[in-house]
Write a protein of this length. Structure first.
Ligand SMILES: [Zn+2]
Ligand SMILES: [Zn+2]
Length: 165
């Protein structure tokens, strides 16, 4: 399963890895690309994507593939959980306490099914501080432009639907 024995950490991969390890914001491919490009100006998005996937397959980074929104990557390999913002798609860490770890192990082993359980995925959903502030204050001026892309908001009304024939 793992073929990471002779996985070479090329300069590109090192730069990509550092872009991930130096943050806890679970960047998307685009985010990683923007960060990597500041150090490797000629790197392409496709290269970043391919290397991220290879590093995920080799256990150097974690891949978060939520049901909605963009795929994200995580350079923090210590056990922890995630909470995802249903507004903007931001993902933050929830530390794995002894109690939470015990609960999840219970989920893994305590269910009645004929399936053999490989793993249980636990994800919290909520509103991040920024989205909470935005909906409360309703002021258009959001402070601080960031590279975090606005992901598609579930259930947005007023999506352009032109061309009904
Ligand atoms: Zn948010
Ligand atoms: Zn994380």
């Amino acid at each position: 399963m793992l073929e990471g024995r002779n996985f070479r950490l090329t300069e590109r991969r090192r730069v990509i890895l550092e872009a991930l390890r130096g943050s806890t914001d679970h960047p998307t491919v685009d985010d990683v690309y923007i960060r990597a490009r500041s150090r490797l100006p000629r790197i392409s998005l496709a290269t970043v994507y391919r290397n991220l996937e290879e590093m995920a397959a080799n256990g150097l980074v974690r891949k978060l593939a939520p049901e909605e929104g963009a795929r994200r990557y995580d350079g923090q390999m210590a056990p922890h959980f995630h909470v995802r913002c249903t507004g903007c798609g931001a993902v933050a860490d929830i530390p794995c306490t002894a109690e939470l770890g015990r609960l999840v192990r219970e989920l893994e082993t305590g269910c009645e099914t004929d399936f053999s359980i490989g793993k249980v995925r636990v994800e919290w959903l909520g509103k991040c501080p920024r989205c909470r502030g935005a909906s409360a204050a309703d002021g258009g001026a959001s402070s601080g432009r960031s590279v975090v892309p606005k992901n598609e908001k579930p259930g947005v009304t007023g999506v352009k639907e032109k061309g009904d024939r």
